[in-house]
Design a protein around this ligand. Structure first.
Ligand code: UD1
Ligand code: CA
Length: 463
C-alpha cells in the first residue's frame, strides 16, 4: 500500500444551524462526504480513513462501507485529527503518499487529487499543498512562499502557512490561501505531527505547522495553485451549500451539453452525478434527475419533472412527471401530471397520461392509461385501453391484491376493478362498472344500475 487518503469530518459545522452532521448535507442528491470519498476513489486511492467526531453515527453510516473510521475524541485541531487517522491500523504501515481531504470540501476533482500525488512523486516532496488565490482571503490560512513579499504572483517554495488569527498585517494582505488539502509523505508527516504544539492564537494543534517543521529539517514543500479555485470551496453555511450546488450543476450540465444533450435553460436543470443521458435528449426547464436515472436517445423530459432511479428508453415523452424506481420503455409517454411509483413499468409505446398514478404494475406494449386513473399491483397485456377515471381497488384495508388484464381489452370510463380480479383478453367493460368477479376472454361485463327514465318529469315539477 503506497497511497491513502484521510478525510476530516469531525467538525460540528455550527454555522449550518443543523441537527445533522455538516457532511451529510447533500449536493444534487449526494452527501458531501460521498462526493469526497468518490473523488478520492476515482483518483485511484483505495485506502481511506475518515475522521469522525460530531454526529459520528451519521458519518459512519454514510461511509463505513468504503472507508475505515478513526474517532477523534476531542476537537484539538486539524493536526490532532490527522494524527487520529495516521494511528488507525489501516495507515500504520503506510510508507508513501497520504492525501488529506475535508468532508466539507466536496468539489475537489479526482484530477486535482491525482495531480497532487504526481507532483509529490516528481519533486520528491514531503508536502504538496493545494492553494487558491482569492479576492477576499479573510478567514483562510495564508501561504507564505520564499518570494511572497517580493511579487504579487509568488511561485517559490512554501516556507509556512499562517492562520488568519495569527497573521501580521502584511501576512493578512496575502491573497494565496491554503485550501486545507495536502499530499504528504506518510513518514515525514508522522515525524512532523509528533512535533506540533498548540502555541498559537487559538491554542489548537495546526496541521499547517507541519510545513514549517519540514522546511526547518531541509525537506521540500511545494504549493500547487488550483486551476479552478471553486474546487476548494469549503461549505460552512447553507448559503455556501447553495453556491457549491450551483458550481456542480454547471459542471455537470456543461458536460452533458458537450455530449449532445439540449437544455432550454441549464440553470433550471439539476442532474445528479450518476445519471446517464444519451445524445439528442431534450431537457426542458425545472427538471431534476437523481440517483441511477438514465435517459435514452431522442427522449424529451420536462418541464417540471423529477426522476429518481428511473430508466427512460429512447424516444419517450416525459411531461410533468414524478417517477421513482420506474421503467419507461422506448416510445412510451407520461404526463402531463403523471406519478410513477416503484416498479411501475411502461412497455414500449405505452402511455400513462394526465393525473395518472401507477405503482408496481406492468402496462403492456402500446397499452394506454390516458386520464385520471390509479393502477396498482396490476399486470396489463398489450393494446389495452383504460377509460378515464378507472381505478384498481388493490387494497382492502389490510392486504394488497392483484389485478390481471389481458391483451386488447377495453375498460370503460370510471370502472372500479376490485382486486383480486382477472379480466381476460378482448374483453369490453361497460363504463361505470364495479368489477368484482373474473371476466372471461371475449366477454362484455357491465356492472352498474340501469338508467330509469320518467317522461315529462321536469315540466310536472315546475313551480
Ligand atoms: C483550516 C486550515 C486553514 C485553511 C482552511 C481551509 C488549519 C489550522 N487551518 O482552517 O489554513 O485555509 O482550513 O478551509 O488547519 N477538523 C476535525 N477535527 C479538528 C479540527 C478540524 O476533524 O479537531 C475538521 C473540520 O471538521 C473541518 C476541517 O477539519 O472539516 C477544517 O477545520 P477548521 O477548524 O474549520 O479549520 P479552518 O479554521 O477552516
Ligand atoms: Ca473551515
Amino acid at each position: 500500500m503506497s497511497e491513502a487518503a484521510i478525510i476530516l469530518a469531525a467538525g460540528a459545522g455550527t454555522r449550518m444551524k443543523s441537527k445533522n452532521s455538516k457532511v451529510v448535507h447533500e449536493i444534487l442528491g449526494k452527501k458531501l462526504i460521498d462526493w469526497v470519498v468518490d473523488a478520492a476513489r476515482s483518483a485511484g486511492i483505495e485506502d481511506l480513513v475518515t475522521v469522525v467526531g460530531h454526529r459520528s453515527d451519521q458519518v459512519i453510516e454514510a461511509v463505513s462501507d468504503r472507508s475505515a473510521i478513526a474517532h477523534q475524541k476531542e476537537m484539538l485541531g486539524t493536526a490532532d485529527a490527522v494524527s487520529c487517522a495516521m494511528e488507525a491500523p489501516q495507515l500504520a504501515d503506510l510508507h508513501g503518499s497520504v492525501v488529506v481531504l475535508y468532508g466539507d470540501t466536496p468539489l475537489i476533482s479526482p484530477d486535482t487529487i491525482r495531480k497532487l500525488l504526481d507532483i509529490r512523486n516528481e519533486k520528491n516532496a514531503s508536502c504538496v499543498v493545494l492553494t487558491m488565490r482569492l479576492d477576499d482571503p479573510f478567514g483562510y490560512g495564508r501561504i507564505i512562499r520564499e518570494d511572497t513579499f517580493e511579487t504579487e504572483t509568488a511561485t517559490g517554495e512554501v516556507l509556512r502557512i499562517v492562520e488568519q488569527k495569527d497573521a501580521s498585517e502584511a501576512e493578512a494582505r496575502v491573497c494565496e490561501c491554503n485550501s486545507g488539502i495536502y499530499c504528504f509523505d506518510a513518514d515525514d508527516l508522522r515525524s512532523a505531527l509528533a512535533k506540533i504544539e498548540p502555541n498559537n492564537a487559538q491554542g489548537e494543534l495546526y496541521v499547517t505547522d507541519a510545513l514549517e517543521i519540514m522546511k526547518s529539517e531541509g525537506k521540500i514543500c511545494v504549493a500547487y495553485e488550483a486551476e479552478d479555485p471553486t474546487e476548494c470551496l469549503g461549505i460552512n453555511s447553507r448559503y455556501q451549500l447553495a453556491e457549491a450546488t450551483s458550481v456542480m450543476q454547471t459542471r455537470i450540465n456543461r458536460r452533458f451539453m458537450g455530449e449532445g444533450v439540449t437544455m432550454m435553460a441549464p440553470e433550471l436543470v439539476w442532474i445528479g452525478p450518476d445519471v446517464k443521458i444519451d445524445r439528442d435528449v431534450v431537457l426542458m426547464p425545472n427538471v431534476w434527475l437523481f440517483g441511477n436515472t438514465s435517459i435514452g436517445e431522442d427522449s424529451i423530459v420536462g418541464p417540471n419533472t423529477r426522476l429518481t432511479d428511473t430508466f427512460i428508453g429512447c424516444g419517450c415523452t416525459i411531461d410533468e412527471t414524478v417517477a421513482i424506481e420506474a421503467r419507461v420503455d422506448d416510445g412510451a409517454s407520461t404526463g402531463p401530471r403523471a406519478y410513477l411509483r416503484p416498479e411501475a413499468h411502461l412497455c414500449e409505446g405505452a402511455k400513462a397520461g394526465t393525473h395518472v398514478e401507477i405503482k408496481k404494475s406492468t402496462i403492456g406494449k402500446g397499452s394506454k392509461v390516458p386520464h385520471l386513473s390509479y393502477i396498482g399491483d396490476t399486470t396489463m397485456g398489450q393494446g389495452v385501453n383504460i377509460g378515464a377515471g378507472s381505478i384498481t381497488c388493490n387494497y382492502d384495508g389490510h392486504n394488497k391484491h392483484k389485478t390481471v388484464i389481458g391483451d386488447d381489452t377495453f375498460i370503460g370510463s370510471d370502472t372500479m376493478m376490485v382486486a383480486p380480479v382477472n379480466i381476460g383478453d378482448n374483453v369490453v367493460v361497460g363504463a361505470g362498472s364495479v368489477i368484482t368477479k373474473d371476466v372471461p376472454d371475449g366477454a362484455l361485463a357491465v356492472a352498474r344500475s340501469r338508467e330509469k327514465l320518467y317522461d315529462g318529469w321536469v315540466d310536472k315539477h315546475k313551480s
